[in-house]
Design a protein around this ligand. Structure first.
Ligand code: NDP
Length: 242
């Protein structure tokens, strides 16, 4: 049996597409998210998949789910820290609770997942942690201040972890996508920030990234031999100008 792949934020968008690719390649999966029905529908035809309703900001919940899957499928060989959200808004008037939610999910969720699998990977001198950041983790965008803060955080912690764990043969990878068609925008509460974003997408002819290509990238990176680490991939629609 192939080793266990754990994917956070598997209930929609990139995470769901990544899950489909790994399922098609016969990996046993642990699929995490808060929406049980979405996870159940996604995994209905997967041969070896466990699902669990986990909030990645809850360390205990997250760890319990991973240990349960590991008891069945063996230790985690790939963790995709993909769960995240983007609440666009301007610092002048955005509800600070939205900053807190983004930093907790996008940064603390990644740290939580990492610690849950890291020590076993170091002991085995084998394993991969792939963090889903964003182009907003390396350049700025108007109305994205708190999101940018969270994703610059993901970039920073990922490279630090990569350096720390290279001697233990553990790979830490990062993917930084541009604008893509997922459920990401459905949580934005600022009407003006949302309409600015939609206008920007329209200015590119609406030609944003298909999540399938992000999933294929993740699979390609993981499929490299353990002694090869594609550290970071930036991927966006060709038409994206920023
Ligand atoms: P979606 O909204 O489609 O997916 C986000 C996923 O994260 C969902 O499965 C959601 O599941 C999960 N999630 C959110 N909060 C939590 C939480 N607290 N605990 C557990 N799961 C959570 O958007 P995307 O697929 O676009 O987003 C995936 C990642 O890609 C994010 O990190 C995002 O920042 C990043 N990204 C997206 C881009 C885009 O344009 N779409 C561009 C660059 C990066 P549930 O609601 O069931 O909990």
């Amino acid at each position: 049996m192939k080793p266990l792949v754990v994917i956070t934020g598997a209930s929609s968008g990139f995470g769901a597409e990544i899950a489909k690719l790994f399922a098609a390649d016969n990996y046993p999966l642990l699929l995490l998210g808060r929406r049980q029905a979405k996870l159940a529908a996604l995994s209905a035809n997967f041969e070896n998949a466990m699902i669990d309703t986990v909030d990645v900001t809850n360390y205990h919940q997250f760890e319990t789910a991973v240990r349960k899957a590991e008891a069945k499928y063996g230790k985690t060989d790939l963790l995709v820290n993909n769960a995240g959200l983007m609440l666009l808004g301007n610092v002048q008037n955005q509800d600070p609770q939205e900053w807190q939610t983004m930093l907790n999910t996008n940064v603390m969720g990644v740290l939580n997942g990492t610690q849950i699998v890291l020590n076993d990977m170091r002991d085995r001198e084998h394993g991969t942690i792939l963090n889903m950041s964003s182009l907003a983790g390396k350049k700025t965008f108007v109305n994205h201040a708190a999101y940018v803060a969270s994703k610059f955080g993901v970039h920073g912690l990922s490279e630090t972890l990569r350096e720390e764990n290279a001697p233990k043969n553990v790979r830490v990878m990062l993917v930084a996508p541009g604008a893509a068609e997922t459920e990401l925008l459905t949580h934005v509460t600022s009407k003006s920030a949302l309409s600015d974003y939609e206008a920007w997408k329209a200015s590119m002819g609406g030609l944003t990234l298909d999540p399938k290509h992000v999933a294929a990238t993740v699979k390609f990176m993981y499929d490299m031999p353990q002694n090869v680490n594609i550290r970071e991939v930036d991927i966006a629609a060709t038409a994206q100008d920023a």
